[in-house]
Design a protein around this ligand. Structure first.
Ligand code: CUA
Length: 432
């Protein structure tokens, strides 16, 4: 009964689940038995026709006393015994375990391998090999939780804790922070990738990403760090304030601070100071909560971030996404169908799967889509006319284009006929 735990992906998982379910079933059994007989007796011996049932007086029963003392004692001993045995399996570290350092910070997980390779939010391990993750935290208490592996442990600043397990099947698993640690706690996620030993070795020894970052232009490097270091959790690029000020029009602008001082022009040195020692100058209207990145960024990386912020001095740099925030605010009735279709494309997240530049993502590109001819997954052919496109929005899995997975959700009930026509108008506009 009640088999609800996630996939068992580590060696210890089946033991943990066995005990967990055993205790749960036991609890359900006794709850039903006790409450059931209570309800039964209440009904069976209820007061009827204004007359109470006369009940016999029972003085006690040694037999019953012994049964309901001995049986629960034995059950408790069994539960405690297996609890200790399985806990031991959970905390034991195999002497050949591969050690990976894990550091939690607001709001991401960083991983470091013994060859120096580091990643953020992506943990790769080989299948069938014991691993030991040594946990700590840069700022506040976090908790490292991989449900499929049945491991969970607090990551504490100034202290090392660990989890150890042996993955038994390849796959991708979710890692959560399971200790409330601030505004973006719920976004503090990572992916655990369990791979074959060969694939893992190849991945671990592939340092090309680091090499590439060493050869990137400062702007490209800063752009990459903006997401990989989690700056984007608190700073937007479209002018909207979040936890911290937006990067748009920041560089070169006048800044006011909480202590009443001002700075005529935000320059390189000010940005460097704000990255390394954020509490020195706290922007007026914001809380002094930014963590210091001292020791986490090389000089080259700081220069990259400064170049990135500088690029947003006079608006989004060419080739970067225009701020989308202003678009939905416009009054739809004053817009053309093409403009309205474009807003739907962005706000209904069509853009998550369909590009405008001709490249394929999860779904086919919208560039040149109207009137396109091709083959469907079932071998028949299609022409992307109004009827086909409308049908694809409402019943996407009916006519899946060959080479793509039937992954699109239906927009039935989410888009009016007018809105569908707007999207089609938008598609036509980019298909000439
Ligand atoms: Cu880190 Cu919640």
């Amino acid at each position: 009964m009640f088999r609800y735990l996630p996939e068992q992906a580590s060696q210890v998982a089946s033991e943990v689940d066995w005990l967990h379910y055993w205790i749960t079933d036991l609890a359900v059994f006794f709850t039903v038995a006790i409450c059931g007989s209570m309800v039964y007796f209440a009904i069976r011996y209820r007061r009827r026709n204004g007359v109470d049932h006369e009940t016999p007086r029972i003085e006690g029963s040694n037999f019953l006393e012994i049964v309901w003392t001995v049986v629960p004692t034995i059950i408790s001993i069994i539960v405690a015994y297996y609890g200790v045995v399985i806990y031991n399996d959970l905390v034991r570290v195999d002497k050949d375990a591969m050690v990976i350092n894990v550091e939690g910070r607001q709001w991401a997980w960083d991983f470091q391998y013994d060859n120096g390779k580091t990643t953020t939010g992506e943990l790769y391990i080989p299948v069938g090999k014991p691993v030991q993750l040594v946990l700590t935290s840069k700022d506040v208490l976090h908790s490292f939780f991989v449900p499929s592996m049945r491991v969970k442990k607090d990551a504490v600043p100034g202290r090392f804790t660990y989890v150890s397990f042996t993955p038994i099947r390849t796959g991708d698993y979710n890692v959560f922070c399971t200790e409330y640690c601030g505004m973006n706690h719920s976004q503090m996620l990572a992916k655990l990738h369990v791979r074959s030993e060969a694939e893992f070795a190849q991945w671990k020894n592939d340092r090309s990403a680091e090499l590439a970052s060493a050869q990137m232009s400062p702007f490209e490097l800063g752009k990459q760090l903006f997401t990989s270091k989690g700056c984007n959790a608190c700073h937007t690029l479209n002018g909207a304030p979040l936890v911290g000020p937006s990067y748009l029009h920041l560089f070169g602008s006048k800044r006011e601070f909480t202590d009443g001082t001002t700075l005529a022009e935000a320059d390189d040195d000010y940005i460097r100071e704000s990255i390394l020692n954020p509490s020195a100058k706290v922007e007026k209207g914001y809380a002094p909560i930014m963590p210091s990145f001292d020791g986490q960024l090389s000089d080259q990386e700081i220069l990259g971030l400064i170049a990135f912020i500088r690029a947003y001095k006079d608006g989004p740099p060419a080739g970067e996404e225009a701020p989308a925030a202003a678009a939905p605010a416009a009054d739809p009735s004053t817009l053309s169908p093409v403009e309205r279709g474009k807003i739907i494309y962005e706000t209904k997240l069509c853009k998550a799967c369909h590009t405008l530049d001709g490249s394929s993502l999860v779904g086919p590109t919208f560039k040149g889509i109207y009137g396109r001819k091709g083959e469907l997954a079932d071998g028949s052919s299609y022409v992307a006319n109004e009827e086909y496109i409308k049908h694809s929005m409402l019943m996407p899995n009916d006519q899946v284009v060959k080479g793509f997975a039937p992954a699109m959700p239906s927009f039935e009930g989410q888009l009016s006929d007018d809105q569908i026509n707007d999207v089609i108008a938008f598609m036509k506009s980019i298909s000439e």
